[in-house]
Design a protein. Structure first.
Ligand code: ADP
Ligand code: MG
Length: 693
């Protein structure tokens, strides 16, 4: 990874190889855009057939350009690209944007061309953006680089965008523009043959003017590197991303629960692991970026509301509360102050209704009190512009309060923006995030609270577990590999779990009916007898589980029946019958490059019907394990309710972390399924387990 992208974002001179006189061509539009955006340096059109393009002198080759060139666009057919990259190298170009498409995505021939130009670029230390991309924008007034063929000309600001899809990138850029919100840098990197999404984010992370980073990515070349790098960025700056492809039914049919459930959600998991704020709605993401790039991060979720109109604050409260924010009452001291400063008709509580006739002084006092009140972490405003009020000075008070206080302000601003143009401009210049609808503003505030949670919770710590004898598992797996077995036997699975100190129901393996009865007497009745065969996936579906066997006769009969039903050659697992408590399920699945995905849920209908499960990428920290438990919709059942005892969370967290450790130690474990574990009283115990290599 090399995140110094200065030559790309701060070019001193730009050449366009494939510049064209045709108005409707990319090689012409890029020049038009550079000129329109007032690029702060020379622009060199390269075209051997003409002398001039858009009033600029054209050169037959980049090698003929008199001055230095640090950034070049390449807009010529793929077969000619490697040769021009070589010429760029000779000229001393540092970065190239290849807008042309038709490389790797077109098959072997295109792949060969791509490898060729990448090798040539590497030889000269040139960084490549694309191919098949739009390019970059840097709105820094000292640079004004519009090295891009799109049509939105962002004003300087503090939001930077990187998008794998130029289409989505352009939509987001235009959305900010329409809201009157400036932007800092923009990159659409297309096929991403060289400069990666990770490098862009890391570069934006170090840019002092970038306050919020917006990402659109459908796939990542190196997810583990992405997580490691982006985590560092999100500790200081918010990164916001759309999770796309959520409904992809690409989950492979699998032999265990985790396989069927985990398939399509890994981008979301990668984002969460990296501390990214994820969104499923582009508009909401844009609103959040506006708030995050202009306001400080609140310390918590307690909101003080100031309104000069009734209904909108009712809607706001509904949305805020449903997002988990709280609206604590005013302190006695605050009430006392407000009683003397507010109008007679004002409603002195939280929400504080200053009423429609309130003027600048009333707003000033209201804002001051909310800023000073310790029990509020943020201020939410419903501000309508009454024609009988000095709204411009109200706006000035709002801006002054935002500038003075350490708490964020988010505003539901209700007006006719043409008639109240000056008021609107004051709020805009003061960087007050304003939204037309109460619930939109509420959700923007919620995103600030979400980011605070990410920042303060941190990554958590990894438990060490010194009580594990890894070698024993090594031997079991080696043995299975030597015998070419993919599905481990019950003996192997339960031995592995015991080695990793994961509590399992007392068990014995028996090879015939006589041994079953003997094992049962040793374990003590009642017992459970199960078929132990790698051919059987769901034992109870085929009569391979007999529970609550109270004596030798019942055990004998059950084992005989199982044997005649399922045929010879099969072994038996005899387990102690446990009182069924709450059922849990834990799974793990190896992913191609993300380590393992760990799954947790309540068993039975909660998994099968409600699909109420949580996922996280290994290795699991204590914070992540805790979140896996608390993020379940059925979390209330884990806490216990109406006198029913809950589940021991500490033990559950520890089991999750031990399973994560097992997967980390042995990447050859392809799937692991603990289904179910029984949680009874304070104990948790595995009663069924499967491991596939
Ligand atoms: P499979 O999932 O292959 O059908 P299990 O071993 O999970 O087989 O057994 C099926 C069900 O039987 C479990 O979900 C659980 O409800 C019950 N069961 C299994 N083992 C025990 C046990 N040791 N004590 C009590 N109930 C058990
Ligand atoms: Mg089971």
């Amino acid at each position: 990874m090399n995140d110094n992208l200065d030559s790309l974002f701060m070019p001193k001179a730009v050449a366009i190889i494939g510049a064209s006189v045709k108005e409707l061509s990319i090689g012409n539009v890029i020049i038009k855009n550079l000129l329109h955006y007032r690029f702060n340096g020379p622009v060199y059109p390269i075209n051997p057939k003409v002398d001039e393009i858009r009033g600029l002198k054209a050169y037959p080759s980049i090698l003929d350009v008199p001055g230095e060139v640090d950034l070049a666009h390449i807009v010529i057919p793929p077969p000619l690209v490697p040769g021009e990259v070589e010429n760029c190298g000779k000229k001393g170009v540092k970065a190239i944007i290849i807008n042309t498409a038709g490389f790797k995505e077109m098959g072997a021939e295109g792949q060969a061309l791509e490898t060729d130009f990448l090798n040539k670029a590497a030889k000269y230390g040139i960084r490549i953006v694309g191919p098949n991309c739009q390019g970059i924008i840097n709105s820094d007034p000292a640079i004004n680089a519009y090295c891009n063929f799109t049509f939105t000309f962002p004003k300087p600001g503090h939001i930077s965008i990187v998008a794998q899809s130029g289409g989505v990138g352009a939509v987001l850029m235009q959305a900010f523009y329409d809201m009157g919100i400036g932007q800092r840098m923009y990159a659409s990197n297309g096929n991403g043959s060289d400069v990666s999404i990770t490098e862009f984010i890391s570069y934006y992370g170090k840019d002092p003017e970038t306050r919020a980073i917006v990402l659109y990515a459908e796939s990542l070349v190196n997810p583990l590197e992405f997580i490691e790098v982006v985590r560092k960025v999100t500790a200081n700056k918010p990164v916001l991303a759309i999770t796309a492809g959520r409904t992809d039914k690409g989950a492979e049919a699998s032999r265990s629960h985790i396989g069927g459930l985990a398939g399509s959600i890994s981008m979301d998991l990668i984002f969460r692991k990296a501390g990214i704020l994820t969104f499923t709605n582009q508009e909401e993401l844009c609103h959040a970026a506006v708030a995050l790039s202009s306001q400080p991060v609140p310390k918590g979720n307690r909101v003080g509301i100031i309104t000069n109109t009734g209904g909108p604050s009712v809607i706001a409260i509904d949305e805020l509360v449903s997002c988990g924010l709280t609206i604590p009452p005013l302190s006695a001291k605050a009430e006392e102050i407000l009683k003397s400063t507010m109008l007679e008709s004002a409603s002195i509580r939280n929400p504080l209704d200053v009423v429609a006739t309130a003027g600048p002084a009333h707003f000033r006092s209201a804002l001051e009190v909310m800023m000073n009140e310790e029990q509020y972490d943020s201020i939410y405003l419903n501000f309508v512009t009454p024609p009988f009020v000095d709204c411009e000075n109200v706006a000035r008070e709002i801006v002054a309060a935002a500038r003075a206080g350490g708490k964020p302000i988010v505003c539901n601003y209700m007006t006719d923006k043409e008639k109240w143009g000056t008021t609107s401009q004051i709020l805009k210049d003061g960087e007050i995030p304003c939204f037309d609808f109460a619930e939109t503003a509420a959700r923007a505030l919620y995103s600030l609270v979400r980011y605070n949670r990410i920042k303060t919770t941190g990554k958590g710590t990894m438990k060490k577990f010194d009580d594990i004898k890894k070698e024993k598992v090594e031997q079991i797996l080696r043995n299975a590999f030597q015998q070419n077995r993919k599905v481990l036997s019950a003996t192997e699975v339960y031995s592995i779990l015991e080695t990793y100190r994961i509590p399992v129901a007392p068990w014995k393996v028996a090879s015939d009916v006589k041994e079953v009865v003997y094992a049962a007497s040793q374990l003590g009745y009642p017992v459970v007898v199960k078929a132990d065969s790698e051919m059987i996936i769901h034992k109870s579906d085929v009569g391979g589980v007999a529970v609550n066997l109270k004596n030798a006769d019942e055990t004998h009969a059950a084992a005989e029946k199982m044997k005649s039903g399922l045929g010879g050659g099969m072994k038996f697992l005899v387990q102690k019958f446990l009182k069924p408590g709450r059922e849990l399920i834990i799974g793990a699945k190896a992913s191609e490059s993300n380590g393992h995905i760990i799954m947790f849920g309540l068993g039975g209908i909660f998994v099968e019907v409600l699909k109420d499960v949580s996922f996280c990428i290994s290795p699991l920290s204590d914070v992540e394990a805790k979140e896996m438990i608390s993020s379940l919709k059925s979390n209330a059942l884990i806490d216990g309710f109406r006198g029913e005892k809950g589940i021991n969370k500490e033990k559950t967290m520890e089991i999750l972390q031990r399973i994560s450790r097992l997967c980390e130690d042995f990447p050859s474990i392809k799937e692991l399924d603990l289904n179910p574990l029984f949680a009874t009283g304070d104990d948790i115990c595995v009663v069924d387990a499967r491991i596939i290599l």
